[in-house]
Ligand binder design. Structure first.
Ligand SMILES: *[C@@H]1O[C@H](CO)[C@@H](O)[C@H](O)[C@H]1NC(C)=O
Ligand SMILES: *[C@@H]1O[C@H](CO)[C@@H](O)[C@H](O)[C@H]1NC(C)=O
Ligand SMILES: *[C@@H]1O[C@H](CO)[C@@H](O)[C@H](O)[C@H]1NC(C)=O
Length: 452
């Protein structure tokens, strides 16, 4: 009895503790299951819904962080077409599928994806005054004032920016200065000093060995007085800018942007067309036969690694632009056609980063920015239309396609926001021209006088 009396309370105490422990274990287990469940459903959402070939790229989902190379590999074989099998380019693929899904979604044709549709918004009903409160409009107003930061972007675009900075696909390593308060003169002189146009001339390996020197067009030297850069932004619709655009000595257009049927708003004159490598590589653009690419100067580009490893680039361009370039040069030797040197592309990126305190996306600048700076090389005055959005701004990506996404204006893959800020800060156009025409004006390098 005495023994039991002294044992019982102790036993009760132990049992109570045991029950508490069990309860805790149960709770922890539930918590753990929840975490696991959330993790897996999340990554399922992040997986591509389906794999489709190129011509339905607009149907792809985005923000796919994990590339599914295995699945891609089985589809790659469909996409392989081969160039003519003569000469040193025997086994080059004309059209190389992307190496990672991210690349597929994020490069070039604006940054498009179906889930972005929930961000779709209507353009303002009248002018820009009645729709001022939304997120996108605060960024547009920031651009007009020359004061923006990534914190003004919607969460989706902020996340895309962070993801790109984190993944650093091109191994960008920037150690230069950062100064966000340079004067206009300083910025222009930096441009003139550092952004001299450079094209692939075949003097370096592996291109020298492959005979690019004989193949490449002779150096671009023609100078123009006034030039127009016509972006493909949806906001150029209903602008009636066509006549003004055509009045310039030279007009630059982008990628596959058409003018037939859009003359009133975008004009019809084309002097130069700058194209990313997808235009050359993807058969759907009919690069070798389409009239869009005839009788004008052509400029193509493709991102190389940041360290400008030309051998690696030649072996693994994002999209194979070399084979179509070679074929086109052979078939139309009289047509001026250039490939931009990757060092020019990444120098432009350096310039944008050097004028920004934030970490910009470590991906090549947009074709828009590349085209603008290229034109500063051979025009006395460059007028750019709808690069900085006018009051016609909507989320319509391109004037010639029905696709809506704010990423096309503010950037996800390309450091668009920062490029635009830099261009706006250098512009001499009036506020009225900016808001009504979406126009910025920049002096060409020949008109910029810098201290030695
Ligand atoms: C520019 O900003 C830097 C710091 O980022 C500051 O030290 C410098 O004084 C500023 N210059 C001007 C002219 O405001
Ligand atoms: C352009 O104007 C027409 C007629 O005024 C209108 O129906 C159309 O929606 C406008 N398009 C855009 C993109 O604003
Ligand atoms: C390319 O050519 C095909 C066949 O001639 C045609 O159906 C298609 O519309 C063309 N595409 C473009 C973008 O011109």
């Amino acid at each position: 009895m005495g023994l039991q009396d002294s044992l019982l309370p102790g036993l009760r105490h132990v049992t109570k503790q045991l029950a508490q422990l069990l309860l805790l274990v149960l709770l922890l287990w539930i918590l753990f299951s929840l975490v696991v469940f959330t993790y897996f459903t999340d990554s399922q959402v992040n997986q591509p819904h389906k794999i489709t070939p190129f011509n339905s790229e607009s149907e792809h989902s985005t923000y796919v962080q994990h590339s599914s190379r295995a699945i891609m590999a089985s589809h790659n074989s469909h996409w392989r077409l081969y160039a003519d099998r003569k000469g040193p380019f025997q086994h080059r693929q004309v059209f190389q599928p992307p190496r990672a899904r991210e690349e597929f979604y994020f490069r070039n044709f604006g940054e498009r994806h179906p889930r972005a549709r929930k961000y779709l918004r209507k353009p303002p009903r009248s002018g820009y005054s009645d729709d001022y409160f939304s997120n996108d409009w605060s960024v547009v107003r920031g651009l007009w004032k020359g004061q923006v930061s990534s914190k003004m972007l919607n969460h989706r675009l902020q996340r895309a920016l962070r993801d790109h900075v984190h993944s650093n696909k091109h191994n960008v390593l920037y150690k230069g200065q950062r100064k966000a308060n340079k004067s206009v003169e300083e910025m222009l002189c930096q441009m003139k000093r550092q952004a001299q146009l450079r094209t692939l001339d075949g003097s370096e390996q592996p291109f020298a060995h492959l005979g690019f020197k004989q193949l490449a067009s002779s150096k671009l030297q023609k100078m123009y007085t006034t030039c127009a850069v016509v972006t493909s932004a949806g906001a150029i619709l209903n602008s009636s800018l066509g006549r003004e655009i055509d009045s310039h000595d030279a007009v630059l257009r982008f990628n596959a942007a058409p003018y037939k049927g859009y003359g009133k708003d975008v004009g019809s004159k084309t002097t130069i067309r700058i194209m990313n490598s997808q235009i050359l590589a993807n058969p759907k653009h009919n690069f070798s036969s389409s009239l869009l690419y005839k009788d004008i100067t052509l400029v193509a580009w493709d991102p190389a690694p940041y360290n400008i490893d030309l051998h690696k680039w030649y072996q693994q361009p994002d999209y194979d632009l070399f084979t179509p370039y070679i074929n086109h040069r052979k078939n139309f030797p009289e047509q001026p056609f250039y490939i931009l040197h990757p060092s020019f592309i990444w120098k432009l990126w350096d310039i944008v980063q050097s004028n920004t305190m934030e970490n910009i996306q470590p991906n090549p600048p947009s074709s828009g920015f590349i085209g603008i700076v290229m034109m500063m090389n051979f025009c006395e005055e460059v007028h750019v239309y709808e690069y900085i959005p006018s009051m016609r701004q909507s989320n319509l990506c391109h004037y010639h396609e029905k696709y809506y996404d704010a990423a096309c204006t503010f950037g996800a893959y390309h450091p668009l926001l920062y490029e635009k800020l830099l261009i706006k800060r250098m512009s001499t156009a009036s506020e009225k021209d900016l808001k009504k025409k979406g126009k910025v004006t920049l002096p060409g390098f020949s008109k910029i006088n810098c201290p030695l």
